[in-house]
Write a protein that binds this ligand. Structure first.
Ligand code: ARG
Length: 495
């Protein structure tokens, strides 16, 4: 039995190792671009496709290299991380060149000038940067130079609730519109687009706060690629092509929203129908939800399976040690596993597995299954162990008297009863797990929650996408509860 357990463990380790050494970074025939596609006109979504100035520049370069362009869309504050960990070749995301960033990545020559601007509600008393210092609630996108500027010059208290970071500029502007913020600071071109789209409620102040330059970021070792991109940028500038790219994308970025803002004055029902249409029907946005739903189901299912396998193994090892004193080493190992997994937040574990342990694994779903499976296994283990402990000691003795070995008694007598006793607690754990997968967006995986976020950032509507996502999670959990109810009744009947 010991040998079998070892075998299972080794299998698991092998699995991890295999996917760790899978793809040796991104050579081959692709050029991987990492970006954060909520930054019009530099990068944004048009009919589910990632487009924009940055995308056009990199696509042009990829074409010249004869490589296929692969795009990773993630949160802006992990864009540079993707370069540092080798998950992408180039980062183009309206990235401002800063000394701090130069310590970690290298930059091409700049391709755009930029500045931080202030957006305020119409009729706001804020007229410039001095007014921002008067106890105002200010929003910005997290991980950006807007944040750095505000932190250094406007709100220096690190714990002040006045400075609020949002995942995308659009969400910050939404918060501004509904009165949760007094100002938003963001890059000039996105500010122009967003203030045009929201012209009824929001204005951009004319005074820039900073002067910045955008460049493409790459690994410090990629000097050849950097030189190549430098020539590409120089060429695009000289031929006037860059200007054209900027113009066409600026036009497109404003057009993408126009359809949405026309109607509004109808009755409540009409408004509801319009919102439903723009959030789910227009641009086939329901496909985000459907795709996200499938991912969530897939991740939850495999994570539950892995969790059960791990949980059973750990529980059996620990209770065997408790009862017989055997398997001491394995039992210690299991205790460490339980302590570490239950002592750290799931989202941190997910990030560690994605960025450190399975650094070169591109299959995000696999990463998520492993992370959530390992996490859930720890809780399942304790649930099962409590089940095993609840079984009367006499049963082991009875098994013994019948001539069964310890393991035979464990597998055929104890575990089935333990399982029945802990089924409600296990069900609870699975319910928690399904909802826990909603943090998958942290590794840029488009699960159900992330799908809602994407729609929200395109339509600037919080209500519909969030309600839809919540309703689907609720339905999943209710379905699972129903299944577990059936299983419980079956087991009872067999008693
Ligand atoms: N230029 C700013 C910076 O480098 C903001 C860039 C945000 N880009 C984005 N794709 N969201 O920090």
């Amino acid at each position: 039995m010991k040998a079998k357990l070892f075998f299972l463990f080794s299998l698991l380790l092998l699995l991890c190792a295999l996917c760790g050494c899978g793809k040796e970074a991104k050579e081959g025939n692709t050029l991987t671009l990492v970006t954060s596609a909520h930054f019009p006109p530099y990068e944004f979504l048009d009919r589910q496709k990632i487009v924009g100035i940055d995308v056009d520049i990199i696509r042009y370069a990829a074409k010249k290299l004869g490589k296929e362009l692969v795009i990773i869309d993630t949160k802006f504050d992990s864009v540079i991380g993707h370069i540092v960990t080798g998950k992408a070749d180039v980062a183009a995301s309206g990235i401002t060149v800063t000394e701090e960033r130069k310590k970690r990545v290298s930059f091409t020559i700049p391709y755009s000038r930029a500045a931080q601007m202030i957006l305020v509600p119409r009729n706001s008393p804020i007229k410039g940067s001095e007014d921002l210092k008067k106890n105002k609630r200010i929003g910005c996108q997290s991980g950006t130079t807007a944040y750095d500027y505000l932190r250094q010059h406007i709100i220096t208290d690190k714990n002040s609730p006045l400075l609020q970071q949002f995942e995308t500029p659009a969400v910050a502007v939404k918060a501004l519109k509904i009165g949760k913020l007094d100002a938003v600071v963001l890059d000039e071109q996105p500010a122009v687009v967003l203030s045009k789209i929201n012209a009824a409620d929001v204005v951009m102040l004319p005074q820039p706060l900073t002067s910045e330059e955008y460049a493409i970021a790459l690994s410090k070792n990629a000097s050849e690629l950097r030189e190549f991109l430098n020539t590409v940028i120089a060429e695009l500038k000289k031929s006037g092509e860059l200007e054209k790219i900027v113009e066409s994308n600026t036009l497109l970025a404003q057009k993408v929203r126009e359809g949405k803002n026309k109607l509004r004055v109808f009755t409540f029902l009409q408004g509801f129908a319009d919102d439903f249409h723009s959030n789910f029907i227009a641009d086939n946005r329901w496909q985000y939800i459907w795709g996200g739903f499938l991912k969530t189901v897939e991740i939850s299912f495999f994570a539950v399976m892995l969790g059960i396998v791990l949980g059973f193994m750990v529980a059996v090892i620990r209770s065997t040690y408790d009862r017989t004193g055997k398997l001491k080493f394995l039992s210690r190992l299991c205790s460490v596993y339980l302590t570490v997994i239950r002592g750290t937040p799931c989202v941190v574990q997910l990030l560690i597995i994605y960025f450190v342990i399975l650094k070169s694994c591109d299959n995000k779903v696999l990463v998520a299954c492993i992370a959530f499976g390992i996490n859930s296994g720890a809780y399942v283990a304790e649930i099962i162990r409590s089940g095993i402990m609840s079984i009367d000691k006499g049963q082991f003795e009875a098994g013994d008297a019948l001539g069964l070995t310890y393991w035979q008694t464990m597998i055929h007598v104890i575990l089935p009863q333990a399982f029945k006793n802990v089924l409600p607690a296990l069900g609870n754990e699975f319910i928690v797990l399904i909802k826990e997968t909603s943090i998958s967006g942290y590794i840029a995986l488009q699960d159900l929650t992330k799908a809602g976020d994407i729609i929200r950032s395109q339509t600037y509507d919080a209500f519909m996408p969030l309600m839809a996502v919540a309703a689907i999670y609720l339905a999943c959990v209710m379905f699972l509860t129903w299944l577990l109810g059936i299983l419980e009744r079956r087991l009872k009947r067999n008693e």
